[in-house]
Design a binder for this molecule. Structure first.
Ligand SMILES: NC(=O)c1ccc[n+]([C@@H]2O[C@H](COP(=O)([O-])OP(=O)(O)OC[C@H]3O[C@@H](n4cnc5c(N)ncnc54)[C@H](O)[C@@H]3O)[C@@H](O)[C@H]2O)c1
Length: 134
């Protein structure tokens, strides 16, 4: 099983990578991240040397690069954590939020459709998905 995890140098994505690599040591995990102010490569130091882990510095909005990676790696699953997530910053610079959160998501979904990826997970917030009745 090969999984592309985008935004994996961020808060939740990095913890998801640690969880998956521990629980499924046979899976091949590829982390795609642009390393914005929110991403920190040193967070991934515990998994960086592992043979089944690979880090790729890439922007999810870069359609050509994303298609190239999907073609090369042929993932079974894609999980998207890459986002502009700091709401306060959207007031200062809304455009980057539209680019990453909307265009970037669209590029990933197009890539999944183009390369027949069986499963795509879009990580988002309760503002988008709504509340669970817990
Ligand atoms: N942190 C929370 O408490 C929380 C709660 C609910 C939902 N979420 C959602 O989970 C997701 C991840 O949140 P987080 O807190 O881990 O975010 P984060 O800001 O810590 O990390 C985002 C990661 O995405 C990368 N990134 C940003 N733009 C990119 C681009 N164009 N291409 C590739 N990589 C890019 C950054 O470099 C960073 O590593 C977001 O959708 C967020 O809304 C987070």
């Amino acid at each position: 099983m090969t999984i592309i995890i985008t935004g994996g140098a961020g808060f939740i994505g990095s913890n998801f990578i640690f969880y998956m690599m521990k629980k499924y040591p046979d899976y091949r995990i590829i982390c795609l991240d642009k390393l914005t102010y929110a991403g920190n490569l040193s967070t991934l130091a515990p998994v960086m040397g592992k043979p089944n882990f690979r880090f790729v510095k890439m922007d999810i909005c870069d359609r050509e690069a994303v298609y190239g990676l999907f073609e090369e790696k042929n993932p079974d699953v894609v999980v998207n954590f890459a986002a502009e997530s700091h709401v306060d910053r959207s007031i200062l610079n809304p455009e980057i939020f539209l680019e990453t959160n909307i265009i970037g998501t669209s590029v990933l979904m197009d890539a999944c459709r183009k390369y027949g990826i069986g499963r795509y997970h879009q990580v988002s917030t309760d503002e988008v998905y709504g509340d669970l009745p817990l």
